[in-house]
Design a binder for this molecule. Structure first.
Ligand code: DGY
Length: 431
């Protein structure tokens, strides 16, 4: 008999189901989002494995010919969301795009790691095997089209590509770019569906729209977007998530008899291991986001800084310094781990990625710490998210000081993290 919170989580996933794919939450995010769907599959897998695979199959259905797996798939037009398909204006399939309109950028590539988790927890090899080739294509796209000329690290062309939209991490890149005076007038919808004080600022949105305009102007030529676009930052989140996903893809290649791609994937892993130090900010002694063109580092410890454990990356000294930052932060907040450093400028406990605790980040950070033997912090991060959901419900993110829920309600990935990781039932099954 499922507990009340288990049942609520199942009900949220069912009510956000739009026929094989799940919206993150009704109205505020009315389409399929890339990394949301990957995490959501873990939740579905606890009560409907077939539906979990369907989520991932429909996500990959939106892949572009060049391998790009977009951050949003617009299967229909919903005027309640800005910027919708007519703003992105991405190419159709005949012109190199996907089967339906989408964003022209990607999102953190957690998919291969999640497919591996599903398979290793008893999922169906044949459903996973069918996803291998498109996932390989997507990783190729990341390594080919998002590695800027002359650099050896994958970078992001838009803060939305990192999934951590308005984290202060992006200040070095945003402060160097101007708003294009030709951007069309627009009306935001996110500030209608949620508290504007918890969302990104108008200036940030003007810059987000400027980046989209650049993509449109170059016909979504991904190499031009990377090499010539207005924003280019390397993100510890993308770097560590991709490194981990490459390792997981390699394990899947071996499992599925695809040794033919092993040396290619090993090459990516070796290159990423070599590039990890590029993100080490010696002044702060932490992995930090870095503007590719100026070399400037962001100046705070973000939740992405803690993902080195998930990627099994960094030296012993770098990991020790990372743990020290986390213990410093632990003494400042009630709930771990905030998305931005409470000791750094621009910390705001309720504004989107400027401080709130994010469920899906807690999950991979905690798993990474546990895998590397850091059980105290791993458990603290898991237990804090359990307490947050119990106190404030299935919100998009949470204030790390008060535990108040922020922005979206009845949120899919929060429900999924409960079912797959936090529920007493999940813990018993994992034991
Ligand atoms: C949004 O609309 O806030 C999204 O995060 C963009 O992906």
């Amino acid at each position: 008999m499922p507990s009340n919170l288990d049942q609520q989580a199942i009900d949220i996933l069912r009510s956000n189901d739009r026929g094989g794919y799940t919206v993150p939450t009704a109205r505020l995010y009315p389409y399929q989002w890339n990394w949301d769907s990957a995490f959501v599959a873990l939740g579905f897998a606890t009560f409907d494995l077939n539906r979990a695979w369907r989520e991932l199959e429909l996500l990959l259905d939106g892949q572009w010919c060049n391998g790009l797996l977009p951050h949003i798939l617009f299967r229909q037009n919903d005027p309640d969301y800005f910027p919708g398909p007519s703003v992105w204006c991405t190419p159709n399939q005949q012109n190199g795009g996907g089967k339906f309109p989408s964003g022209g950028i990607s999102q953190p590539p957690v998919l291969a790691s999640i497919v591996r988790m599903l398979i290793e927890s008893g999922g169906d090899d044949s459903r996973g095997k069918a996803l291998f080739e498109p996932m390989l294509k997507w990783h190729r796209w990341y390594h080919r089209d998002r590695t800027p000329d002359g650099f050896d690290i994958v970078a992001s062309v838009h803060p939305w590509e990192t999934g951590r939209d308005n984290c202060p991490d992006w200040e070095p890149g945003l402060s160097r770019m101007a708003v294009d005076s030709d951007i069309e007038a627009y009306v935001r919808r996110d500030t209608v569906h949620s508290d504007p004080s918890q969302r990104p600022s108008k200036e940030q949105y003007d810059k987000y729209v400027t980046m989209i305009k650049f993509g449109r102007d170059v016909g979504w030529d991904q190499r031009r977007l990377t090499n010539e676009g207005p924003f280019l930052m390397a993100d510890p989140g993308i770097h560590f998530i991709l490194l981990r996903a490459d390792r997981d893809l390699l394990a899947l290649a071996k499992r599925f008899g695809r040794e033919d791609c092993a040396s290619e994937i090993q090459g990516w892993i070796a290159a990423a291991e070599g590039a990890t130090n590029t993100l080490w900010n010696p002044e702060l002694e932490a992995f930090c986001a870095r503007d590719v063109r100026s070399g400037a580092f962001s100046c705070g410890f973000s939740s992405a800084s803690a993902l080195c454990f998930w990627a099994d990356a960094g030296t012993d000294d770098q990991r020790a310094a990372t743990l020290e930052h986390m213990r410093r932060i632990q003494a400042k907040v009630t709930y771990m781990l905030p998305s931005w450093d409470p000791d750094a400028a621009m910390f705001e406990p309720q504004r989107y990625w400027c401080g709130p605790v994010w469920p899906q980040m807690n999950h991979i950070i905690s798993r990474g710490l546990a895998e590397q033997g850091e059980h105290d912090l791993a458990n603290r991060i898991r237990d804090d998210l359990t307490a947050l959901i119990t106190k404030s419900g299935f919100r998009e993110c949470f204030d790390p000081l008060t535990g108040e829920g922020c922005i979206g309600k009845d949120f899919s990935w929060t429900a999924a993290m409960w079912l797959a990781w936090l529920s007493p039932r999940a813990k018993t099954e994992a034991a």
